[in-house]
Design a protein around this ligand. Sequence first.
Ligand code: IVH
Length: 663
Amino acid sequence: MGPGKSPQEQIESLRAVLRRHEHLYYALDRPEISDAEYDALLRELQQLEAANPSLLTADSPTQRVGGAPREGFVKARHSSAMLSLDNALNEDELRDFDRRVRELLAGEEFRYFAELKLDGLSMAVRYNAGSMQLALTRGDGEEGEEVTENARTIRSIPLSTPDATAFEVRGEVIMPNAAFQKLNADREEEGLPLYANPRNSAAGSLRMLDPKVTAARQLDFYAYFLLVDGAPALPAHSENLDRLRALGFKVNPACRLCADLDELLAFIREYESQRDSLPYEIDGVVAKVDRVEQQTRLGWTSKFPRWAIAFKYAARQAETVVEKIDVQVGRTGALTPVAHLRPVVVSGVTVSRSTLHNEDEIARLGLAEGDTVVVERSGDVIPKVVRVVKQGEDRRLFTMPVECPVCGGAVIRPESEVAWRCVNVNCAARLKNSVLHFASRSVMDITGMGDVLVDQLVDKGLVKSVADIYSLTAEQLAGLDRMGDKSAERVIAGIAKSKTLPLPRLINGLGIPFVGESTAVDLAEALGSIDALRDADEPTLQTTEGVGPKVAQSVRRFFEDANNRELVERLKAAGLMITHQKVDRSGGALAGLTFVLTGTLPTMGRDEAKALIEAAGGKVSGSVSKKTSYVVAGEEAGSKLDKAKDLGVPVLDEAALLAKLQS
Ligand code: IVH
């Protein structure tokens, strides 16, 4: 901001810059600056506004989350009815719809506009004098609930627009799958009930009494109608969508004008095959006659428009019987109930097991063995039990075992947790899972140390603690099932090589609850050695970036346990890397960039590519999001490549990556 500008001018130009970046990031999925840069600009604006309170306006980018929690919602009437659509459940029903439209339009030319049917909830947002005024849920179609404060927290909804006339935008509020999975994972950790699917969690999140809660939920809004006085603003649906884009709204790029039913069917098939790789849930395709004047002539039945239809994809749900519920023991000792299902195909995938998370979830479902349930794949590849549809005749109620099903040891349910845990640190199940975690590729990367070997090592008493891995000999291994001399040698070589891996991997390998790959890096960089980590108190731990009270307490508790301290001493004696030096790579060629690797690169292994990127200051992440700078794709790249294309993330091949590394 140059000198000589008045505070008003400074504030206005900062707002313009911030709005542009909000639009690039949230509406177009095409960010030009990093989150940190955006936050710095926002802070600058906040400071200027704080110093000049008279210049604060409701449509400032700083004003997304405001307002105190409310008691309830006020109702308001819609500008025109917000009806829903008739469904076509198969191709024949779609043909019937098409025939009716053609008959009613008596041979006239017309086109269909095809859009994805996003699985969320519809909402109307009103603008006047260039700023957002009111947001209403659909409600009963005539009257909705005012959720203005909550809608303001959805970043793809502009708070101000270049058009000063009064207009209304209708569209769908959704929760992207990644946000849904993260939300449920957090809720599970906190012992809160889980949301059944992204649609329910979008609906619940939009109707929170406290806008701060909505703000944290990462909702998104896709616009599909532009109305003036309750009727379409421009003569064609496609023109209205173009106008919405120009006004700064997010309009789904997955849409198409179709000349006839065949083109519409092609669109429907195309997106059905991509359904699993989209970043949000869809339940079908909506087809609308494009010209508003033709829509008007087609008119409405008492319930639905005659000019539009929802083609529904097959449900990703199926009914089956819970034959048995048993309990698995994880490496932290958590007891997880698992439903064994009569195998059933859900949208092409056979499902026979489903986690039930914890006993509260079973109580919430009211589930017993023998019950018939609905299982669903939704927003998640992992199937889940949604509800009981019929109680079994000889249903058997489930109770959590009073002792560990693997070692017979005591189980406790710590206060403030939803999970029961086996307290025996030497429990075979815990030990097996701990060893598998320790040896896994992203941790100590010991090749050949999979389930079959680990089961035998633990069952035969060769491994009683993770540290015992380092005293195994090739002779011991060669005597085991499915182990020849060669594979035994290979495992021993893998064990030796693991000693040279950097400290963050070892910290991750210890299996401290809530400490995963990235926290392990933060801790290693902040404290510099395993001894310093062991001795750090909670306040010291909390000074580490990314470490809050929960992680700090968990680390402390871990090292208070004498068994764990002994484990660390033994790993030190075995010669593992126990110190760490933070390497300053902020000047590297790839500093600040995030990469996702997919497919097989022509000459480089994936680990090699990862190491090169990290050495140049870049980060490698496992999943593609708006924050991904580049996707590096090789042969047989899968859904990550599709997702990159979908989000507009640039894609590099190996040669282009190497060129960037050298730049
Ligand atoms: S048009 C009168 N377009 O599906 C026309 N709806 O039963 C009403 N939906 O209530 C809606 N994606 O919540 C339309 N691209 C889309 C949609 C869409 C999802 C939802 C919407 C509506 C329901 C239709």
